[in-house]
Design a protein. Structure first.
Length: 226
């Protein structure tokens, strides 16, 4: 417990130190260092505005740039409402980002089936369901799609099944020069040790993780990120 507390204190202190160093770099070295640390905005962060009709999916890049001063976006599959297969719609989305100087980084993909489903036929369908998102992400100029590693609750069996589905999808991703990154998003995937073991088992350079610091349920988040 003391070790964890010390680690937390160190990370907090180091973070403050890094902020101070960043500020110092800005004032002493000028604009060249001012934007050294950059962030992107995930579309799911605005899911309430999207659901209420207060934000149009096509205007996500505009709001990101003009309201929040952020120049990179992470799309979410939900607001596409099936239009990821509409070439004209995706092209318009890309144009709007480009016109604003906003980079499209990835698409968070939900609801396309379990990549670790125990039924092989359903697992293969889930892999195939993600293909359209690879195509859309490639068109948008993204580097990745974010997926879920949903599977059974048994540690070893889930590891085997998720590895199979992720390897198949990642191999498909190489055809589009895209990464397949997995979020710790509930179930076994929120166990950092398990998800790390899946990554080692898949063992492909374009398969990795996208850690959500708040999603390590009943698992130490510092250890989970590590």
């Amino acid at each position: 417990m003391l070790e964890r507390m010390n680690r937390r204190r160190f990370i907090k202190t180091a973070g403050l130190g890094a902020a101070g160093l960043a500020l110092g770099a800005t004032t002493s070295l000028g604009a060249r260092k001012a934007n050294r640390f950059k962030i992107s905005l995930g579309e799911y962060s605005l899911h309430r505005a999207l659901a209420a009709g207060e934000l149009d999916h096509l205007d996500f890049a505009k709001v990101t740039k003009e309201t929040y001063g952020i120049s990179a976006v992470e799309f979410w599959s939900g607001p596409f409402k099936g239009k990821v297969v509409d070439a004209g719609y995706v092209a318009e989305l890309k144009k709007r980002s480009a016109d604003l100087g906003v980079k499209n980084l990835l698409i968070l993909v939900d609801g396309e089936g379990k990549l670790g489903d125990p039924d092989k036929s359903k697992r293969l369908v889930a892999v195939d369901n993600h293909k359209k998102w690879l195509v859309g992400a490639k068109t948008l100029g993204c580097h990745s799609i974010r997926v879920n590693a949903a599977t059974v609750n048994d540690y070893d069996e889930g590891l085997k099944l998720a590895t199979d589905g992720l390897r198949r999808l990642s191999e498909l991703g190489t055809q589009y020069d895209l990464n397949v990154i997995v979020e710790n998003h509930g179930g076994l995937s929120s166990n950092g040790k398990w998800l790390a073991a899946v990554m080692r088992a898949v063992n492909l350079p374009n398969c990795g993780t996208l850690p959500d610091f708040g999603n390590f349920h009943e698992y130490d988040r510092y250890l989970g990120v590590e």
